[in-house]
Each structure stands twice: as structure tokens, then as C-alpha cells.
Design a protein around this ligand. Structure first.
Ligand code: MN
Ligand code: MN
Length: 297
């Protein structure tokens, strides 16, 4: 990896973490999700970064991929367990980190399970480690605390303009011998659940999409939105609410989104849900010869 890439990678990691903590500190009972999202995303832009993806504010049994809608009135509840997942972007270098906020402070053990799993996973990472070994550490840690890891979510290799690249880091021992190598940027993200189902499923809710290619769309509204998406976001996912500058009418905007989805111009990232309370901890690391460097700190 060239020197300039490492410098930007570190800069993106550290700013992602700064933005994450800013969001974390705004998560309070009664606070509007939309306010948190807008403030943090503006802060990122004001500092010369882009968003690697829209901020995810997923509550309780929601595992991931909830981002506020255009006119979202939702507020955090007193007993909510909130997963804040976010990262910034610069020159295609992408950050990705997450933390769980336990508003009632009655779920400390469940929060700790994913946090400890992340710490233990980080301690095992070095050049040549197999991803199944990382998965085993995550699984053992979470199960020793009486919970289950979510098995169909996990960490991932991060490349330029490619947040979820071609190595999957499981949250359990899956037998995969793929090894991590020095110089790789990898996101590690254990999810722990108190539910009886250790797999999450896609819901009908979807506010996050990504550009997939120029499909056949005829309506002027859809074409306008597609132009904005391809020019502004390219390969990085976007939130529907980011497009209100193109079409201010909410109904028309969602119609255009549906049209673009049908034409294959965009892909969807629906909200993912589990069967019980879920916590998450995520960090992005740079794999080194003897260990790893946490970038999102
Ligand atoms: Mn993430
Ligand atoms: Mn991730």
C-alpha cells in the first residue's frame, strides 16, 4: 500500500470514529432520529468528507440498515437499544464503525457481549489468521456470556469504493480457511442477540439504496434522480432523504425510487431484523505482520 493511502485510511478511520461518537452522544430518550442523522451527516460534509453510507440508527430487534425517512418523526424510547453504525469517505477510502447505546442501562451484559467479542477478535488478528478463527473467538465470547452471535451478518474486507469486498469475516466458526493479509483493511462487526433465532431477515422497510447501473427509465422524475445518484454517490449507498433536493414531493420521490428499482438502476439495502434484542460493535482495522492497527479510534 502506498504511503498516501495509509495516511488517508487513517484520516478516514479517525474521522469516522469522531462522527460515530458525536452521533452516540445525541442518542437520548425523546431525541429525533432524523435530527441525529442530519446533524452528523452535515458535520461530516462541513469537514470535507463524504458519507461512506447513510448513518444507520437501528433500534432493539432491528439489526441494521434503518436510516431516517424524509420526514421521520420517530424518537428514541427510554428503553431502546440503539445501534449507531456509520463511516465517512474520502477519495473512495471508506470508514465503517459502530457502537450500541443502551438507553435504559439494563442491558449492559448484552452490550458487553458484542463489545468483548470485538475486542477479542481484534486481539487475534494478524497477517495469516484464518477468518474462521476470528469467527470462533466471536462465537465463544458471545456464547460464554449467555447470548448468540448473529450468523448471517459479519465483518468484511474493505477496498477503495467497495465497502463490502470479497472476504467475509464470520461471527461464528464457519470453517472458512481464507486468511487475512498484511495491508488489508477489514471491518469486524460482532452482533449479539438475546433472541431465539440467530439469523436476521430482511424487512419491508427500505430507506437505503445503491446505484446499480443505467437501467431503462423513461419518466423525467426517475431520470433526474438517477442522474443525481450516479453523479453524486456512484458506488456508495445513499438515503432516500438525501434526494429531496431533486424531488421535494415525498410521494413523487418514492415513486421514482420504485421505478429505478424496477428497472435495475438501483439496488436496495432493506432494514434487517432479528427475533430479540440485538447489540453490535464494529471497528475497522489495518492488518499488520504481527497484529492489527485499529483505524476507527
Ligand atoms: Mn457498519
Ligand atoms: Mn461493516
Amino acid at each position: 500500500m502506498e504511503e498516501i493511502d495509509i495516511k488517508t485510511t487513517r484520516e478516514v478511520g479517525s474521522f469516522s470514529y469522531k462522527a460515530l461518537l458525536m452521533a452516540r452522544d445525541m442518542v437520548k430518550p425523546g431525541a429525533k432520529l432524523l435530527d441525529v442523522a442530519q446533524k452528523v451527516e452535515s458535520f461530516v460534509k462541513d469537514n470535507g468528507f463524504g458519507c461512506a453510507f447513510p448513518i444507520n440508527l437501528s433500534v432493539n430487534e432491528e439489526a441494521a440498515h434503518y436510516t431516517p425517512t424524509l420526514s421521520d418523526e420517530k424518537v428514541f424510547g427510554e428503553n431502546d437499544i440503539v445501534k449507531v453504525d456509520f463511516g465517512v469517505a474520502k477519495d473512495g477510502i471508506l470508514g465503517d464503525c459502530a457502537v450500541t447505546v443502551d438507553l435504559s442501562e439494563e442491558n449492559a451484559k448484552l452490550v458487553d457481549a458484542s463489545k468483548k467479542a470485538l475486542e477479542n477478535a481484534i486481539a487475534t488478528i494478524r497477517h495469516g489468521v484464518a477468518v474462521k478463527e476470528i469467527g470462533k473467538v466471536i462465537e465463544d465470547t458471545i456464547e460464554s456470556m449467555g447470548f448468540s452471535p448473529i450468523r448471517n451478518l459479519g465483518g468484511h474486507l474493505v477496498k477503495v469504493h467497495e465497502l463490502h469486498s470479497d472476504i467475509f469475516v464470520p461471527n461464528y466458526y464457519n470453517g472458512d480457511d481464507t486468511v487475512l493479509e498484511e495491508g488489508m483493511t477489514v471491518a469486524i462487526e460482532p452482533f449479539a442477540t438475546s433472541g431465539n433465532r440467530d439469523l436476521i431477515v430482511e424487512s419491508d422497510v427500505c430507506e437505503i439504496y445503491g446505484f446499480a447501473g443505467e437501467g431503462l427509465v423513461r419518466s423525467p422524475d426517475s431520470r433526474k434522480v438517477l442522474k443525481e445518484i450516479s453523479e453524486k454517490y456512484g458506488s456508495e449507498p445513499f438515503a432516500v432523504r438525501w434526494l429531496s433536493n431533486v424531488i421535494s414531493d415525498k410521494f413523487k420521490l418514492y415513486l421514482a425510487i420504485r421505478d429505478l428499482l424496477r428497472s435495475g438502476s438501483i439496488q436496495q439495502y432493506p432494514m434487517l431484523v432479528g427475533s430479540g434484542m440485538i447489540t453490535q460493535a464494529e471497528a475497522e482495522v489495518l492488518v499488520t505482520k504481527d497484529g492489527c492497527e485499529v483505524l476507527t479510534k
